[in-house]
Ligand binder design. Structure first.
Ligand code: 0GY
Length: 296
């Protein structure tokens, strides 16, 4: 597989998103997005499970400005493995307007962690989706978790809802703030008050170090795009139950969206449906991400 040849079924990000009707509050943060390469400068990892299109920092800044965000949190995508250079390069060219979440292996040195911190990395991501990565043993992850405490970083976890029963005790034992991607990927055709989403709500309720991204309706919805009506009750419930511990992000450039590519402007217009007051919107988009990523 060539480092530069994107997968045959790869869908590039939306070339011309619509201007959202929802005006984002001043200081709004897109708290979940990625950069891909460009592959010629930042090669994709040999162990990657997909090869995306290039989606570099300049394109991310253009989207940020067009949608009305002021800042970004750039999350290391699995196609770059534990080589965080593309994210670090973006952070170093963001004039303080971006922070990052890295992927690291256990053999990383303290000096390397220190320099990631200086660049603006504030967390590490543990990915449990088998189609994306082969997760290291839990004991290894726990040792990484213990080491990053020194920099007051947090852990971002990405998993499928059906894996949560098995992973619950491990997650609950993590010693840092923990941020769950995309609400723990619930099956939104199931009941909001059923056992599956109930376990995710229990994690949030019983562990005050847990945060959650109410992102990716386009991944979770079972309905034709772009209304994502079936995701609204889940995300709204999360925002209203845990207003101080929710984050939102576009997920640009939307890796592995095989059936449709969302319009990022329409995604922004989803926000007022799940955060229905100015106060909730301000927490979700400004206060919470600033507290976690800038006000350490
Ligand atoms: C996301 C979701 C996905 C991919 C990754 O790091 C990644 O490759 O996170 C996915 O395919 O569900 O959050 O970007």
């Amino acid at each position: 597989m060539s480092a530069l040849q994107m997968d045959a079924d790869w869908r590039p990000f939306h070339p011309a998103p619509s201007k959202p009707a929802f005006v984002l509050p001043p200081g709004a943060v897109d708290a979940h997005c990625h950069v891909f390469g460009p592959g010629a400068r930042f090669p994709f990892a040999p162990e990657r499970k997909y090869t995306p299109c290039d989606a570099g920092k300049e394109q991310l800044w253009a989207l940020r400005d067009f949608l009305g965000f002021e800042r970004n949190v750039i999350v290391q995508a699995t196609c770059h493995g534990t080589d965080n250079r593309a994210v670090v390069d973006a952070l170093e060219h963001a004039n303080g307007r971006a922070r990052g979440v890295a992927a690291v292996s256990e053999d990383i040195s303290d000096a390397a962690l220190q320099s990631l911190d200086a660049a603006g990395i504030r967390g590490v991501r543990f990915n449990f989706l088998k189609r994306l990565a082969d997760a290291p043993p839990q004991a290894t992850l726990m040792r990484i978790a213990e080491r990053i405490r020194r920099w007051h970083w947090h852990i971002v976890i990405y998993f499928e809802a059906q894996e949560l029963p098995e992973l619950y005790d491990f997650f609950a034992s993590l010693p840092t703030v923990v941020v769950v991607d995309h609400m723990g990927r619930p099956d939104v055709s199931r009941a909001l008050d059923g056992p599956e989403f109930g376990l995710m709500l229990k994690l949030m309720r019983e562990h005050s170090n847990f945060w959650c991204k109410v992102s990716c309706p386009e991944r979770l919805s079972k309905l034709p795009p772009p209304d994502y009506d079936d995701v609204v009750p889940f995300a709204r419930h999360m925002v209203e139950s845990f207003p101080e511990r929710v984050l939102w992000g576009t997920d640009w450039p939307h890796p592995n969206m095989k059936t449709h590519m969302p319009d990022d402007g329409q995604l922004v217009d989803f926000i007022p449906r799940i955060a229905t007051s100015a106060a909730l919107q301000r927490k979700l988009l400004v206060d919470n991400p600033h507290a976690l990523y800038w006000d350490r």
